[in-house]
Design a binder for this molecule. Structure first.
Ligand code: MOS
Length: 712
């Protein structure tokens, strides 16, 4: 065995379903979440958010509030220490909201303007609601729309390539048998994690300790150290159990507020967000306006693939929703043009949300492919097969593995696609029109530098330390299985420690990179330990520990197109009398490399698919243009798919070996949502003959479309 490849000695733990190692703790309530962990002398902070959408703070009337029961402090721009929010962190520049209370400007409604700290949460809330903040308001614009003036091309960065072009578009358009050119929109959507963001900060032994709920405590610790100009070694962030994150749980206003307050008050301070506050504080998925133009020969071969996607961002930070990136992976064409545009509005900064880019982008292009298939009189799967690229359509790089067509073949077989009558509007069951639809999915398979330590204990067990984050994915369990195979040991003999920045640097749980990134580090360290054990001799009382760092191994990866792929299938029933759409079944077949734990991987995939259903039919955050605030910033007004909305959802996978890849794991966190909204919209078209290019496909839209199609 060599330590450079980390090749495990297979014991079969990977690939065998296993329930969560912390499952019992979670269901019995023994697992404690960030907002639940007790501290002595704990004080409670309550954030106060701006009520105007643009302007300046002219006064914070803190004196009357300081006299209220239990109130300990009111922090605001007039009295907090300076922080350094001008830096480039692990994932780029921070959202400037982390430069908390640093100036009097208000760039959006719901911007944090003060923190009230009191002995109890009730006292803090009471005082926060009593705090009078005066503003000088300025005119604002929160209205996102296609063609909005001021839209611009963002700069290229390591995360975003704004535009990609190849071929001669006018020439390719010329003589095409079929051209389709349509616009699609998706609304503002929110993460809605079950567990609100919560952090407790305190100083102990000269170190700053933060108990948090985040998707990367190495990340949060490093950024807090930078913000407060601290030695990184003096900051410890722990995040043991996390009730969902989906892109929203990085460094944010609540941790910064808690650190400011504990530094002022010399006692532990906890800041928990309310559901309503989360709608403006933790980011969201930008609405998009997308134009897709496809031109094809009569046999379906694409001559033109053109996709332009517009999203909004705030006045203080640029965020690009990379909706047009997916087409650079999925389809080749003679002329290929994909572009991103951004417009700045007086709104909070959007951020990554489960399958950022791919989720809204797939709605547009996978709907467009279906429209093209309709116009060509082709089967939608055959159209995709016709345009399957041999290498990256833009990059020209080889795929590490692809297997998209295998997903379609297996999915079509199980779904019964061959029996489908392609004509729309011909299947009726009582008041329901029935249709089926499909869509392709892809999501990039990335990796981030991680370190790990594996200890062979004197009692024959093993301890694995890697600063993974289990945001509900089952990361602890997956890493237990990976370590078991790498060590040739039973999973029961392995304990995995995660969620503590003192464990050393590791990649976040984000971008579907976690399992791939952490497993690599674990396998390298495990291989090293096995080598040392193979030398023989007694294990000393402190055990034998090996450490790994994947930096060099990642740098040695050859350039390739690395992605997970999938085929989504949906059956929808539409009541054109009430406008109700009910999804009857969803099937997703994926090619996602090695599946570590089939039980939790399936749960990730069906969870993503359920979210795709929710995106297709329900989710839409609505702003009042006059006030700039949301009208539905709660889970009553912002509907996420609930149990009664969700039918039979099935996910499975095809074999997807990744030749030569040192890990073989691709990640399953995001691929599940990609394409689902399009598959459902395509099924709604098949049911009714009406195209829905604007999400969500809500009853009012279905009714209006039905009126339109009858000329009413
Ligand atoms: Mo996820 S949106 O990559 O945290």
């Amino acid at each position: 065995m060599t330590t450079t490849t980390g090749t495990p000695a297979a014991t079969g733990a990977v690939g065998t379903g296993r329930s969560r190692v912390e499952g019992r703790d979670k269901v019995t309530g023994a697992a404690r979440y960030a907002g639940d962990i007790p501290f002595t002398r704990l004080a409670h902070g309550w954030l106060v958010l701006s009520t105007i959408a643009r302007g300046r703070i002219t006064a914070v009337a803190d004196e009357p509030v300081l006299a209220m029961p239990g109130v300990l402090a009111v922090l605001h721009h007039g009295n907090v220490p300076r922080v350094n929010a001008d830096y480039v962190g692990m994932l780029g520049r921070p959202n400037p909201v982390v430069g908390l209370f640093q100036h009097d400007r208000v760039p959006c409604a719901g911007w944090p303007v003060a923190l009230v700290v009191a002995e109890t949460p009730e006292q803090a809330r009471e005082a926060a609601e009593a705090l009078v903040v005066e503003y000088r308001a300025e005119p604002h614009d929160v209205e996102f729309r296609a063609g909005h003036e001021g839209a611009y091309r963002p700069e290229d960065s390591s995360m975003v390539r704004a535009d990609a072009d190849k071929g001669d578009l006018p020439a390719a358009l010329d003589g095409a048998a079929c051209v389709m050119d349509e616009e699609y929109t998706t609304p503002e959507e929110h993460h809605c994690t079950m567990e609100p963001h919560a952090a407790t900060a305190h100083w102990d032994d000269g170190r700053l300790h933060v108990t948090d709920s985040d998707q990367g405590s190495s990340w949060v610790a490093a950024e807090l150290a930078t913000l407060f100009s601290l030695d990184p070694a003096s900051v410890r962030v722990r995040s043991e159990h996390i009730g969902g994150a989906f892109g929203s749980k990085g460094v944010n206003a609540h941790q910064v507020a808690a650190v400011m307050a504990t530094t002022t008050l010399h006692r532990p301070v906890r800041v928990v967000m309310t559901r309503r506050q989360m709608f403006s504080l933790v980011g969201y998925r930008s609405p998009t306006a997308q134009r897709v133009r496809l031109a094809a020969d009569a046999d379906g071969r694409l001559r033109v693939f053109e996709h332009e996607a517009l999203n909004l961002t705030s006045q203080v930070h640029e965020f690009v929703e990379t909706s047009a990136a997916l087409g650079r992976v999925l389809y080749d064409a003679d002329a290929h043009s994909t572009r991103h545009r951004v417009v700045r509005l007086d709104v909070p900064t959007p951020t990554w949300m489960r399958a950022p880019g791919e989720a809204p982008g797939s709605f547009a292009i996978e709907s467009a492919l279906d429209e093209l298939a309709e116009r060509l009189g082709m089967d939608p799967i055959a159209l995709r097969a016709r345009n399957e690229p041999a290498t990256g359509p833009i990059s020209g790089l080889p795929f590490s593995s692809r297997n998209l067509l295998a997903c379609f073949e297996e999915g079509a077989r199980r779904f019964g696609w061959a029996d489908r009558d392609p004509r729309p509007g011909v299947r009726r069951e009582g008041r329901w029109l029935i249709g089926t639809g499909t869509a392709a999915a892809a999501y990039h398979s990335g990796v981030g530098r991680s370190t790990a330590a594996v200890t062979a204990e004197a009692d024959g067990t093993f301890t694995v330390r890697v600063n993974a984050s289990d945001i509900g994915t089952g990361a602890r369990t997956a890493l237990t299985l990976v370590a078991a195979d790498a060590l040739g040991a039973a999973p029961e003999h392995i304990r995995v420690r995660i969620g503590d920045s003192d464990l050393g640097h590791a990649m976040i749980a984000g971008g579907s990179t976690g399992t791939r990134s952490w497993s690599w580090a674990v396998r390298l360290a495990a291989a090293d330990v096995r080598e040392r054990l193979a030398l023989g001799g007694a294990i000393p009382p402190e055990g034998i520990t090996a450490r790994s760092d994947t930096a060099d191994a990642i740098a040695a990866l050859p350039p390739q197109e690395r992605h997970s792929f999938g085929a989504q299938f949906a059956e929808a029933a539409v009541d054109t009398g009430t406008g109700e759409v009910r999804v009857r079944r969803l099937l997703g077949i994926f090619a996602a490399g090695t599946i570590v734990n089939p039980l939790t991987a399936r749960s990730q995939l069906t969870g993503g698919m359920t979210w795709g259903l929710s995106m297709a039919l329900h989710e839409e955050a609505v702003r009042d243009t006059a006030s700039g605030t949301h009208v539905n910033a709660d889970l009553a007004g912002y509907h996420v798919a609930a149990h009664a909305d969700v039918p039979h959802v099935e996910a499975d996978w095809v074999d997807d070996p990744v030749p030569g890849d040192p890990v073989g794991i691709k990640g399953v966190g995001e691929i599940g949502i990609v394409g689902v909204a399009a598959a459902i919209a395509n099924a709604v078209w098949h049911a009714t003959g009406v195209r829905h290019r604007h999400l969500p496909i809500s009853p009012d839209r279905v009714l209006r479309a039905a009126e339109g199609s009858t000329g009413a």
